[in-house]
Design a protein around this ligand. Structure first.
Ligand code: FAD
Length: 383
């Protein structure tokens, strides 16, 4: 099982720390198959929910190695940060993607075969099975899978991204949507990613060798230019001094947020509010939020009011605010994605806390990853 709670994530980080330098740099591209992903950290489900935060992960790595030795691993963590900042400044990309999903797709036999993992391309069908069984795929498998979906099978990238969002435990609106757009050739304009049989054979250690089965000569999909970067959305600020602390899967480490007022209680929102996801993903969200609430309740000495229903969450939440004497909600900044979409329609005063780590890095995600990457030593100096 992927580490999700803070204890699980810290134990995994401690075990992987010795491997975050040359081992990771040399082995990270190898997909040795389910139950053998030891050359990568498998911390993504915890980082995505911030039961483990990026800054403390990087600090731990730098406690074990110098920057040059662990640069590759640190860069990968910053890819996550880069994608978050990039989407935050272009939320229309997320809105357009969600609109496409809402409109639905023509259910062709080819689409259904891919969605059900019965295309006859052995590697693709095996990754599909692994995704459904474990809620995880190695990064290289995600790239190959998306490339085969788009460029070999000719299917809409949004339908593939939706399959990933449904089943990936680390499913993230920024990393997933922009990862699929990158493979399609929409993100870095005109540059598509083509999965090659030789590369798959090498990096799966010979488990798969799909010679003659793939469209290797790929062309970028047509699409509009990327929208220009907008100003970052300002965190919401409510007046009042009696906040109810609310936890969502966007950030389950409330004890490291700088809260302006002592909360009057804490609660987690039901995982199902962010739309239909696989049972294992919803269970991981619930576990992370339960864990986050328990830690926040202990840290700030709070009553835990969790347990509201999906069906009547707004009414239940209003009721708990009255019961606890809260005059507003306080929560971590909700980045572009399902949780922001849901919560922005809820008319209760809210204060959001933007972490200094995000505030520092996101404004640099205006252009490509290369200029962003150059800033990493500067980001780290402030950690
Ligand atoms: C099509 C596609 C879809 C993806 N969807 C997601 C997603 O929904 N959620 C998600 O967290 N990642 C996504 N990724 C990025 C990457 O595949 C995963 O973050 C990584 O495989 C997680 O495994 P790990 O924790 O063992 O990674 P490690 O290699 O151990 O990396 C450490 C951490 O760095 C971050 N990271 C590593 N590689 C990337 C990357 N390429 N982009 C962004 N962050 C990265 C993750 O937080 C990861 O936990 C996607 C990539 C592609 C190509």
């Amino acid at each position: 099982m992927l580490p999700v709670t803070r204890d699980e994530a810290q134990a995994r980080l401690a075990a992987f720390l010795p491997h975050t330098a040359s081992h990771y740099a040399k082995r990270r591209n190898y997909d040795y198959g389910p139950s053998a992903h030891d050359s990568v950290s498998r911390l993504s489900a915890a980082l995505r929910r911030r039961t483990l935060c990026e800054d403390e992960t990087i600090s731990a790595v730098l406690g074990a190695h110098n920057f040059q030795a662990a640069e590759k691993f640190i860069q990968e963590v910053y890819w996550r940060t880069y994608w978050k900042g990039w989407l935050e400044m272009r939320p229309s990309i997320w809105a357009d993607y969600r609109q496409k999903i809402a409109a639905g797709f023509v259910e062709t036999e080819a689409l259904m075969a891919a969605q059900e993992g019965r295309t006859g391309i052995a590697c693709f069908d095996a990754w599909h099975q692994e995704l459904l069984e474990t809620n995880y795929l190695h990064n290289h498998a995600r790239m190959w899978f998306a490339s085969i979906w788009i460029h070999t099978l000719g299917l809409p990238w949004q339908a593939g991204a939706d399959l990933f969002m449904h089943h990936l435990s680390d499913g993230d609106p920024a990393s997933n949507t922009l990862g699929w757009r990158w493979v399609a050739g929409l993100q870095t304009r005109g540059k598509a990613y083509g999965a090659r049989a030789e590369n798959i054979e090498q990096f799966t250690n010979g488990r798969f060798a799909p010679y003659g089965e793939l469209q290797e000569d790929v062309a970028a999909l047509d699409g509009p230019e990327n929208p220009p970067a907008m100003a970052l959305r300002q965190a919401q600020q409510a007046s009042g001094n009696k906040p109810l602390l609310v936890i969502t899967p966007e950030d389950c480490h409330a004890e490291s947020l700088t809260l302006p007022h002592q909360p009057v209680g804490v609660l987690s929102l039901p995982a199902g509010l962010a739309g239909a996801r696989a049972a294992g993903v919803l269970a991981a969200d619930e576990r992370a939020m339960r864990d986050g609430c328990a830690r926040a309740a202990a840290h700030y000495t709070l009553k835990d009011y969790s347990g509201i229903s999906v069906e009547n969450w707004e009414g239940d939440l209003q009721e708990i605010m009255t019961q606890s004497g809260a005059d507003h909600i306080v929560m971590a900044f909700q980045p572009t994605g399902f949780w922001y979409d849901t919560l922005s329609a809820f008319s209760v005063p809210m204060t959001e806390i933007l972490r200094p780590y995000d505030a520092q890095a996101w404004p640099y995600a205006k252009k490509g990853f290369f200029p962003f990457k150059e800033k990493i030593p500067h980001f780290i100096a402030a950690l």
